[in-house]
Ligand binder design. Sequence first.
Ligand SMILES: NC(=O)c1ccc[n+]([C@@H]2O[C@H](COP(=O)([O-])OP(=O)(O)OC[C@H]3O[C@@H](n4cnc5c(N)ncnc54)[C@H](OP(=O)(O)O)[C@@H]3O)[C@@H](O)[C@H]2O)c1
Length: 365
Amino acid sequence: MPTLLCYGSYGFVGDLIAREAIDRDVDLLLAGRDGDQLAEQVDELGCPGRRFDLEDSETVADALEDVDCVLNCAGPFSNTAEPLVEGCLESGTDYVDITGEIPVIESIYDRDEEAKDADVTLLPAAGFSTVPLDCLAAHLADRLPEATDLALGVDSFRPPSIGTVRTVIEGADTGGAIRRDGRLERVPTAWRTREIDFGRGTRPAVTMPMGDVSTAHYTTGIPNVEVYALMPEPARTALKLHRYLAPVLGLTPVQWTLKQLAGLVREGPAEWSRERGSAYIWGEARTGDDDERVVSRLRTPDAYVVTVNAAVETAERVLDGEADSAFQTPAGAFGADFVLELEGVEGFFDESTPDETSPINPLLR
Ligand SMILES: NC(=O)c1ccc[n+]([C@@H]2O[C@H](COP(=O)([O-])OP(=O)(O)OC[C@H]3O[C@@H](n4cnc5c(N)ncnc54)[C@H](OP(=O)(O)O)[C@@H]3O)[C@@H](O)[C@H]2O)c1
């Protein structure tokens, strides 16, 4: 049976993913750099473990020699994706991760040719960021093949896990990003505000540098992409303030202090909260002259629930050989309807008129 190695398996999301993979009878190897935490998890889950750090690419490649696919859950991925991808290319192992970090996705995209030569699939961003928005982007591109502009948005405001907080801090000095004419463009944080009806009435959302800015373009070929997140007023103001703080946030002592403070955040959303959570996803494709415009929506379970299901489902499909050997996006590999196969996801709810506040909005149930 093909083997999946889950790296960072004893982290908050890694542990949820490992449990889901075990429930699905995946042949799983738990892995990470800390022997104590790993040994504790190995005992509890009754699954084999493999301890190795990511300091040296030869060690990583050796550790992956008998592994068919890595599922990297160790974030911030700016520190872990590069050595694991390198090890995968050397050992001929497929690679999946749950990053939402644009620079990480871009750096993996740059290794497309190497992946083809090594007969390896590199599929980053198989979590909440980016599976639902990536699939919605593909669906919108199918509806309007001439589209030149894509706007995507997510309404899923919830407290993050400590790992997500650390990841946000790690990228705190880089500001926002959009894609224009096919190229990534840096913009200030919360650069543009837009009133969007995610399915529960119109509310203000701001541009955010989510991984979908990268993936939606690679999936659809649409040259202009903006990604929005619903943001209540205090958070919008804080994000705008961030524009002035960004240069300071990149300084090492400030980063260190923020990470210590992040350690005070509780581990992650509890089970009851994940079970009750939900997210509303919106997308719009337009032609440049604004002659044509289509809107579609999705409703999903909680972002952490989607991340766990999407990551394990993706890894299983990669193990089954369903994704070509190359850089891949989730919808590029498995099609727009991939997201509809995840438990609890509803959609696509298509709208073709400009009236986004239609009272018969299917999400208002
Ligand atoms: N795509 C999505 O929608 C989505 C959803 C949820 C979370 N995430 C991302 O997933 C990541 C993990 O989140 P989490 O809540 O599980 O965080 P967490 O509880 O802090 O776990 C992080 C894991 O990564 C390991 N790790 C971190 N840096 C490492 C390094 N340099 N070398 C080796 N191992 C390293 C940690 O091991 P040690 O204890 O040994 O440091 C730990 O096992 C975050 O980046 C978060 O943003 C993405």
